[in-house]
Design a binder for this molecule. Sequence first.
Ligand code: GUN
Ligand code: ZN
Length: 429
Amino acid sequence: MQALRSSILHCLVDPGAESRSDTFEYFDDGVLIIDNGSVVAAGDAASLLNQLPANTKVEDYRGKLIVPGLIDCHVHFPQLDIIGSFGAQLLDWLNQYAFPVEEKFADPEHAREVAGAFVDELLRNGTTTAMVFGTVHAHSADAIFEAAEARDMRLIAGKVLMDSNCPEALRDDPESGYAESKALIERWHGKGRLGYAITPRFALTSSPEQLTAAGRLAREYPDVWIHTHLAENMEEVEEIARLFPDNRSYMDVYDEFGLLRERAVFAHCLHMDDEDRGLMARKGGAAAFCPTSNLFLGSGLFDLAAIRAAGIRCGLGTDVGGGTSLSLLNTASEAYKVLHLQDQPLQAMRALYLATLGAAEALYLDDKIGNFEKGKEADFVVLDFEGSSLTARRTAAADTIEEKLFALMTLADDRNIHSTWVHGVEQTC
Ligand code: GUN
Ligand code: ZN
């Protein structure tokens, strides 16, 4: 058994737009007790310290803030080396930057090198779980799973399914994509803390035959995840309408092929109507809100109020390399700005929820991670208010935990991540 003494903060439910105080727990002088990789208790030092067995090691992090490990609901590991590429909207950006960099993953050694670097970057940013796109190459999924397994991270990933409207070198076909995905599911899904996601890139790059095969896999493996993009860019939406004239909407295309169900995560969800949102909520699909990407690629503004009013699960995603940061604190800050433009300013506690418990709900992992309920897996971050002279100064001038957290998410970088703990173990990265 091990204990960490620090300020501790976690969400119990969605704090909502008003951030009601009974929706989170904050222990100013708190203790987090962990045993064998799981949470035993989180609470006030005054009540918990004297209940600890006599020889329990108590690490002193007073002055810092422990929050649950951050969860990235949508990110592309092969795009690590094209973050911050100039000047294009989605469809041109894919052709100019994403597809060429993904072609390099034909080399398994390159895939392994990038996967290791990527996972270390996640940890350096306080991210302990992510839902990750690979490339079309099956060994890209092996590479990211091996990197996560070596660090005992809870991570979901999949090989991309893509058989049309893309370079020849990046194409599979309906049969090979199905067979390779099936083999990867058998190899990785449920192994340790790993999970598999059937990953059709988007309806634009999969033929109806491939979407049918993906839907068949989804039926055969109801507990694997589905991971794709939806309604990110207006040109994309128009192209989908042209390719699938009989479908009412983009959402309806995925639904027709059996790809809208529980454990299906859709990145972006910008250009959709109430009927789509109602359908998505009823079927249990989840939205990944990727503000840095939506701004950087000029895609549009995510409507959190409409998504949550419809009852759709939602978490933050970085969407690197369309997104510009692997930090979910930075992503939360950009989410605030996107929502502010729509008269929906995002309170700090709700931002924390979207990066922790809300994201865990979106991934159907909230029975395992997302907060410090007894028995959950001990993934957490020790945040350092004093990581930079500016954050030290600004947070010292703040009166409440809400104000401190908001200033931190607005200003933080990896200097504010003191340490990242995975399954009860402090990581070196
Ligand atoms: N839509 C299809 N593929 C991609 C991708 O790689 N990045 C983003 N942002 N959107 C996509
Ligand atoms: Zn993406």
